[in-house]
Design a protein around this ligand. Sequence first.
Ligand code: NAD
Ligand code: LMR
Length: 340
Amino acid sequence: HLQPEQEAAHGVLSMQRCRMQGGSPGFKVALLGASGGIGQPLALLLKMDPLVSVLHLYDIVNTPGVTADLSHTDTSTIVRGFVGKDQLEASLVGMDLVIIPAGVPRKPGMTRDDLFNINAGIVRTLCEGVAKCCPNAVVHIISNPVNSTVPIAAEVFKRKGTYDPRRLIGVTTLDVVRANTFVAEVLGVDPRLVDVPVIGGHAGITILPLLSQVKPVYSLTKDEVTYLTKRIQNGGTEVVEAKAGSGSATLSMAYAAAKFADSTLRALRGEAGIIQCAFVPSQVTDLPYFASKVLLGRNGVEEVFPLGPLNEYEREGLAKLKMELKASIEKGITFVATQS
Ligand code: NAD
Ligand code: LMR
């Protein structure tokens, strides 16, 4: 490990190198849960992102090894490792973006809500660190159940007086990535050409793809719509079952999280017109959090877009998902309210 002054010198040199190459100095990003199934490939993808100038890897185990390994890749991003709860705060000071995939994943037969008892406390502790050390950072929540962990994060920030709804985002990009892939497969087109909005939340029937709003405009039969909706809603479980007890989606999630992080950083840098679906504090329905298309900008979420015209099938799906989503949101809020 480098001494702090050596590290600082290394940082300055890397910044200078970055500038000499004509790039902007980039952003500081912390990844909490960096040694895990998502954490490791996501760390690699973030280190390859030219917009990330400093990458902090925090976990309760194994970050020295992951950091040593990653630090040998010849990209200009500076990577530093932090291990154990005593180093959480150091990992967070000065960060622009904090990405949280810390927590346990599902095994076959479990719902995402079955992870609540363990992951709720993890997310609360990590967000307390964010509130203390980088209250202005944008926070991406990946840890499940997202429908509850995002409200938990919000309640922590409210308690600490640092809450800004524009800077708290639940990552649902994997639902969009899956939807694009499965729709493209049915249509026999390149998935990169397809854009499917996915609204609601991130669990089972709360995941609602709006197949009537697929871009470019394609026509799908009723059977195709039913098949695709179910497959997109069940995408996580499909992976959990295939992994047969060794975890849930990690590679596709790392891909999705890196895509969403890059979009956020481009928007923070000032790029206009960056629109993504995400689970955010929202007023587009009567629920306080909802996934829909949002405009990202210099302050995080600048605008939450309404759902647009829904067909009858989608209206039914929306009515059905609201009860489950409401209960998951309330469970998160109550969790923080009942803690001292
Ligand atoms: P994993 O078990 O492989 O990795 C989790 C990591 O978190 C481990 O390295 C562990 O040491 C670390 N961790 C545990 N407690 C911690 C703490 N207090 N502070 C910091 N780190 C801590 O799991 P994974 O496959 O990487 O999944 C992580 C989470 O992401 C799960 O909750 C999973 O359900 C969720 N997930 C969400 C999505 C999504 O679309 N939002 C997709 C896939 C997985
Ligand atoms: C996913 O959608 O893959 C994640 O939420 C993980 C899971 O438990 O399904």
